[in-house]
Design a protein around this ligand. Structure first.
Ligand code: PGA
Length: 251
């Protein structure tokens, strides 16, 4: 059994004007000169920068993704962006079901599953996010919540090769708090079990990223946990120095 190739993906959230493409190009160059080692590296800027970022990364080893997509390929959905449009703009990944979207836009597991399906259909790799809140963890319900999100947000028909799962405890996002490595190991093993149930042998190769306050100072410890196949990085993906400080653990 070989471990899947790790993925370190940056989620820029609602950050980044055109000037931020300078940072993206610095990341592209650092990844190009081997800074991410054996890991695959990707940046998911806001929609407005996807095409320009993809253009800047064309032919390079840095992938570009988006942070959401609509479930439909086209139609009367003012303000929305389809997965096909993202692929057309040069994206290779789409994050779906991030807890900020689940909370701010009321996205249910069914909506997330439809978005992931649309992303995969358009040829993108869907990065499907799951994670419990602080109260849910304190109540001992973390596995129950994440298990239900996995079952509701994934479809057994998804091709495992185009699927990534990101475990992001909501209370760890942007707070500087992280779970213990033992808690991360438990949850990732639990998710692996769910994926093997859904996808059989192929579930072993689906990457399970950890996300939530990953930074250069804790990346080696978190990425060293069994069944952690990379990171989804928010704040620390905004600068080349921090992002490469994380991706660099795979050198
Ligand atoms: P953070 O965000 O790294 O800033 O905690 C992670 C995420 O929300 O993807």
């Amino acid at each position: 059994m070989t471990a899947p190739r790790p993925l370190v993906a940056g989620n820029w959230k609602m950050n980044g004007l055109k000037a931020a493409l300078g940072e993206l190009k610095a990341i592209r160059d650092a990844v190009g000169s081997g800074g991410a080692g054996r890991a695959e590296a990707a940046i998911c800027p806001p929609f407005t920068l996807v095409a320009a970022a993809a253009e800047a990364a064309r032919g390079a080893s840095l992938g570009i993704g988006a942070q959401d997509c609509h479930a439909n390929a086209s139609g009367a959905h003012t303000g929305d962006i389809s997965a096909q449009m993202l692929a057309d703009a040069g994206a290779a990944y789409v994050i779906v079901g991030h807890s900020e979207r689940r909370a701010d836009h009321g996205e249910t597991d069914a909506v997330v599953r439809a978005k992931a399906a649309a992303g995969i259909k358009a040829g993108l790799t869907a990065i499907v996010c799951v994670g419990e809140t602080r109260d849910q963890r304190v109540a001992g319900k973390a596995n129950e919540i994440v298990g239900a999100q996995i079952e509701g947000s994934l479809d057994a028909d998804f091709p495992a090769t185009n699927l990534v799962v990101a475990y992001e405890p909501v209370w760890a996002i942007g707070t500087g708090l992280t779970p213990t490595t033992a808690d991360v190991a438990d949850m990732h093993a639990f998710i692996r079990g769910k994926l093997e149930k859904l996808y059989g042998r192929k579930g072993v190769d689906i990457r399970i990223l950890y996300g939530g306050s990953v930074k250069p100072s804790n990346a080696a410890e978190l990425m060293g946990v069994k069944n952690v196949d990379g990171a989804l990085v928010g704040g620390a993906s905004l600068t080349c120095a921090d992002f490469m400080g994380i991706a660099g653990v795979y050198k």
